[in-house]
Write a protein that binds this ligand. Structure first.
Ligand code: BGC
Length: 741
């Protein structure tokens, strides 16, 4: 518009007419920020208010009069949620909304491979695009604080550095498709029990060093276009309209220019929502939780109540314009991006990506005497035991539940791969026989009326006749297991599985235990079982991937993204008694994170507790030898850096991948610091006998801690150690260096 004013009146009139014919806001040649301002000028207050809240379960209106499109959201984060009715959670009944179920994010994190995260993001982004979605509600990066959190399977583990490295490529891959990610749940939503009523207090150090880095990376490096506020409170204010988290940190310190979306029903106050950084309110019914009036969406906090405050002159429109600007920016980045691709659904490439990620994420936890891989050529009869060998896991677990085109179970995967071998199945135990979620039916009928003793007797009798026994158990997606809106109540395996495993171990020493879960579980029988595999919720091709890992077609290379404790009491958040907080008279639970910085391996290091399996742990069918860590020099200052190199040799007789982990230890520090912290990793493929060198750049940012007094990241001069390790407890080589101011 600027140029219109420099010409004479006649020309001005002519250009004005032309401008109306080709309005700036519709012209892809014009800069986006100018298009946003032009669109904003044309909108009425009512149209602006309409844009900032839902019109249905998963959509908000655009501006039909101006041709500005609607925004459509979808869960996330492991596949594209099937379509629900306009205003009900039940299925819309589409027959073309089946998707690929990608492995759960714990499995992705366990690949320790950012290239896999990129591939995951691209593939799921293509599915979202094909299904005409504007925003994918994911990925989740809440830190794994305790194994009780029912939603850990949707997140990327206990370490802020690992989660940061994995979330960025996921975001980039999705957004390449012109679909926004909505990284969730910002922030401090670390358990599901009382998720709407927990008020978290945490030190600034733990907030900045542990709980925020993955969100920050998603914003500053991944450039996510949306973020979802969390249900819980932080210092007395809900996450969806928390001034400190949203205004000061997200939009202030990190310069986030995207949209803050409320979690569904996470908004509780109009004035706070206006002023404290929420841009779009979603939910169900009026308050998102219980029933509403006839047109409930009009009564959302950011709907009629907001319009009334403006009409009464109690609030201005500056905040409204800021929210609408952000939503328009999102729409220009997505729906109105003329060059975005078309996407695709259930392609061969997507199933292949799901399989590769599943294979790369599975973790060989234990393998005594080389029991695995299965000696395929020598096998006659293999017994598979356990409900999770047959149970579909894509259905259930809450909002991440899917309707997948197919899901290969572990039993099917083994049957397909072990051609010519008799693969027998015994149930072993009965867990959760329900296979439905919001009207999606798995179609499985898992009821079994036999008693536990009868089931065990059958499995044991079969085990005695088998060359190998593969028990596939763990958790599932039902309430109090790995499931949204509830937490687990114990670390133990449910449904009497320990008894089944003990009985099988006594019957046949060639027993492999496969744990399907998104969480750590107790393994009191570990001393009697030679091989254990952590198989996660591995998605549509999970059974194929598991069979490949068990037979050695794929050499396992996953590493744990969180610590497995021996006992629940070994976990910081449990030992401190902080979980689940103390109930106040008003029903709010106050929870102070007394474990502070010491989450996951940081706690085990500090308390010198031996874990069942450490963070970063994972075996291979080959072995790796590390050389000595070398530094190009042993001091640096300011913005300088060091290069660390370490050679790794595959000393076995099959190709494999090693994950070289770099931890940094601050030897002398004014403030208390964890014993060591992950600051780098590199997954490398090595042929038998091959040697490669892993190199890491060490700079100031890797030495810094968050000084709450100065509100700044500080690297203190002094001695540090670079620790090169194969897990948090398997240190291979270490070297000292100095940082000078
Ligand atoms: C969950 C979100 C989800 C949303 C929409 C909420 O209950 O916490 O993660 O994206 O529902 O289904």
């Amino acid at each position: 518009m600027k140029r219109l004013f420099v010409f004479g009146f006649g020309l001005f009139a002519l250009l004005s007419v032309q401008a109306e014919q080709h309005p700036v806001y519709l012209d892809p040649q014009e800069p986006v920020e100018e298009r946003i301002e032009d669109a904003l000028r044309r909108m009425t207050t009512a149209e602006k208010i309409a844009m900032i809240h839902a019109q249905s379960k998963f959509s908000s209106p655009g501006v039909p009069r101006l041709g500005i499109p609607e925004v459509w959201m979808t869960d996330g984060p492991h596949g594209i949620r099937p379509e629900v009715l306009w205003d009900q959670w039940e299925q819309a009944g589409w027959s073309n909304d089946s998707c690929v179920n990608f492995p759960a994010l714990t499995c992705l994190a366990a690949t320790w491979d950012p290239a896999m995260a990129k591939r995951y993001g691209r593939a799921i982004g293509e599915e979202a695009r094909y299904r005409k979605k504007t925003v994918l509600l994911g990925p989740g990066v809440n830190i794994y604080q305790s194994p009780l959190n029912g939603r850990n399977f949707e997140y990327m583990g206990e370490d802020p550095f690992l989660a940061s490295e994995m979330v960025v490529p996921y975001v980039q891959g999705v957004q390449e498709n012109g679909v926004a990610t909505c990284v969730k749940h910002y922030a401090l939503n670390n358990h599901e029990l009382n998720r709407h009523t927990t008020d978290v207090e945490v030190s600034d150090r733990a907030l900045y060093e542990i709980y925020l880095p993955a969100f920050r990376a998603a914003v500053e490096k991944g450039h996510t276009w949306a973020i979802m506020g969390s249900y819980n409170l932080y210092r007395g204010q809900h996450g969806c309209h928390n001034k400190r988290l949203l205004v000061d940190i997200l939009k202030g310190e990190w310069g986030f220019d995207g949209v803050v979306v409320s979690d569904w029903g996470g908004t509780h106050d109009t004035e706070e929502a206006i002023h404290n950084g929420l841009d779009m309110e979603f939910g169900t019914w009026t308050n998102g939780l219980s029933s509403g009036s006839s047109n409930a969406y009009d009564n959302y906090y950011l709907a009629a109540p907001y319009a009334r405050l403006i009409a009464e002159g109690k609030v201005g429109t500056a905040e409204l314009d800021d929210k609408v600007r952000r939503i328009l920016r999102l729409i220009y980045r997505t729906e109105l991006n003329p060059s975005r691709p078309y996407g695709s659904l259930c392609s061969e490439e997507h199933f292949d990506a799901a399989r590769r990620i599943a294979e790369a994420g599975m973790v060989l936890l234990k393998n005594e005497g080389g029991l695995l891989p299965l000696p395929v050529d020598e096998l006659h009869r293999v017994l598979v035991v356990g409900e999770n060998a047959i149970k579909m896991m894509s259905v259930g677990g809450g909002s991440s539940s899917l309707k997948t085109k197919y899901e290969i179970s572990p039993l099917e995967g083994l049957q397909r791969l072990l051609q010519g071998v008799e693969v027998v199945y015994a149930r072993g135990y009965v867990g959760d026989t329900d296979g439905s979620y919001n009207g999606v039916q798995s179609g499985q009928h898992l009821e079994d009326s036999r008693t536990p003793d009868e089931l065990i007797a059958e499995a044991v009798a079969e085990a005695k006749k088998a060359d190998y026994v593969i028990f596939v158990g763990g958790l599932n997606k039902s309430k109090h297991q790995d499931c949204e809106d509830s937490d687990r109540t114990a670390l133990d395996l449910p449904y009497g599985q320990n008894r089944v495993i003990e009985a099988l171990a006594a019957a046949n020493p060639r027993l492999v235990v496969v744990n399907v879960s998104g969480n750590a579980v107790a393994m009191p029988w570990l001393g009697r079982v030679k091989s254990v595999v952590q198989a996660w919720y591995a998605g549509s091709e999970g059974g194929t991937a598991l069979a490949a890992v068990l037979t050695g077609d794929t050499n396992p290379s996953g590493r744990l993204p969180f610590t497995f404790p021996v006992r629940l009491e070994d976990v910081g958040a449990i030992a401190t008694g902080q979980y689940p907080g103390t109930k106040r008279n008003d029903g709010i639970y106050e929870e102070t994170y007394a474990d502070d910085l010491f989450v996951g391996y940081r706690w085990f290091d500090r308390k010198k507790i031996v874990p069942l399996f450490p963070f970063g742990h994972g075996l291979s069918y080959t072995t790796f030898r590390y050389g000595k860590a070398n530094l190009d020099r042993n001091r640096f200052s300011d913005d300088g850096e060091l290069t660390l190199s370490v050679s790794v040799t595959n000393t076995g007789d099959r190709a494999g991948d090693e994950v070289v982990q770099l931890y940094i230890r601050d030897v002398e520090s004014t403030l208390i610091r964890p014993e060591k912290e992950l600051k780098g990793f590199s997954k490398m493929h090595l042929e038998p006998g091959e040697t490669k060198t892993a190199t890491f750049t060490i700079d100031r940012s890797m030495l810094a801690f968050f000084d709450d007094a100065q509100h700044a990241w500080v690297a203190e001069p002094g001695r540090f150690e670079a620790i090169v390790a194969a897990s948090a407890t398997d240190i291979r080589t270490r070297v000292s260096f100095y940082y000078d101011k």
